[in-house]
Design a protein around this ligand. Structure first.
Ligand SMILES: CSC[C@@H](O)[C@@H](O)C(=O)COP(=O)(O)O
Length: 356
């Protein structure tokens, strides 16, 4: 068994409760440790604290979290009561993080099973487990397909830059932005990667650097403020990032710091690619201005090494901590999904791609 697997699930068995077994990403890269959730509240907390993070992984974890709802599965258990409980869990997990639409997409799939079911409660629970497993399995396929399509865009590159972590740790397999890099490695073309450190929680420095290094892909960490200078020196051939939500017009919400990177890429005439599965799109939203942006605790900025370490901003000074920003579609060279590539995204192309 691979200790670094982002998400594992063990179904309830012989009176033993179901377990959602997560790699604790708050502890990386120092410690490889797992957190086992057996309750809905533990799952909610794990998502909120970024034990599990990255848009697809949040959706998968939430889907499994629904199956941890305490319901009686006796033969005479009441189905309407169980359905109410499952719906309460779904509503509760939907409050864990606001931006990644994959969370709501996965919970909607679980809700459809609950709403459309008639039969014994034990069977409903099995159907929910099966649906969560399907969401997890489909994500693996998605990673492979994004890898294949994205590789066509990076085939002539030697050095790429990425931001945050949109790799295996954020999904069930290769990730989204990192999938083309893994795909190319499999075919014998190893790219060099610059990983932006990604302030304030350092997903680039801690997670992307860790997983690429484990995979034998040469990776160099740079602080977010170094990206422009590296581009100016001609050390970067392309930028590729993931997404948390993509509006109908192709505007992209992703980790804070993505937007300035896209502006820098444009200034330096570099392609700026965004890789995400179609379940990261929110065609209901006309533009990125409508995407809800998570505001996190300012302590994440004030205490970069955790609240046990010295404060790095003066007491009494305000701190802002939006977790995501929006990159307008006109800065995106192409979107890559499991279905293919959308060059120069706009509303017409995005909606046609989602319908195809
Ligand atoms: C394939 S993951 C894509 C995005 O979710 C990723 O780039 C990102 O911004 C993650 O943010 P996080 O706050 O770590 O969940």
């Amino acid at each position: 068994m691979n200790d670094a697997e982002t998400i594992r699930y063990h179904a309830a068995h012989n009176g033993r409760p179901a377990e959602l077994d997560l790699l604790d990403q708050t502890k990386l890269p120092g410690t490889l440790t797992r957190l086992v959730c057996t309750t809905v509240d533990q799952t909610h907390d794990a998502i909120q604290r970024l034990v599990v993070r990255g848009a697809p992984a949040i959706g998968i974890a939430a889907a499994y979290g629904v199956t941890l709802t305490p319901v009686s599965v006796n033969a005479d258990a009441s189905l309407p009561e169980a359905q109410t409980r499952y719906r309460q869990t779904i509503d509760h997990l939907a409050t864990s993080r606001p931006t990644a639409v994959n969370l709501f997409w996965a919970l909607d799939r679980m809700r459809a099973i609950v709403d459309g079911f008639s039969g014994q409660v034990a069977e409903l629970r099995e159907r929910l487990v099966a649906e969560a497993v399907r969401i997890h399995d489909d994500d693996r396929q998605m990673c492979r397909s994004i890898g294949r399509h994205g590789a066509t865009l990076l085939a002539d590159c030697q050095r790429v830059m990425t931001h945050c972590n949109a790799g295996a740790l954020a999904t069930s397999m290769w990730g989204t932005a990192l999938a083309p890099i893994y795909h190319l490695q499999e075919s014998g073309h190893t790219l060099q990667v610059f990983a932006d450190e990604t302030r304030p929680l350092l997903q680039g420095a801690r997670l992307t650097a860790w997983e690429l290094h484990q995979a034998g892909i040469p990776v160099t960490v740079c602080t977010d403020s170094m990206s422009g200078s590296l581009m100016r020196q001609g050390l970067v051939d392309a930028v590729i990032v993931g997404a948390d939500r993509i509006a109908a017009n192709g505007d992209v919400a992703n980790k804070i710091g993505t937007y300035p990177l896209a502006v820098l890429a444009k200034h330096h005439n570099l392609p700026f690619y965004v890789a995400a599965p179609t379940n990261t799109f929110d065609p209901e939203l006309e533009s990125g201005d409508l995407i809800p942006i998570e505001q996190r605790d300012g302590d994440e900025v004030s205490y970069p090494c955790g609240t046990d370490s010295p404060r790095q901003t003066p007491e009494g000074v305000a701190v802002v901590n939006p977790a995501f920003d929006v990159t307008p579609a006109d800065l995106v060279t192409a979107l890559v999904t499991e279905k293919g590539v959308i060059p120069g995204p706009n509303t017409e192309k995005v909606l046609a791609h989602l319908r195809a």
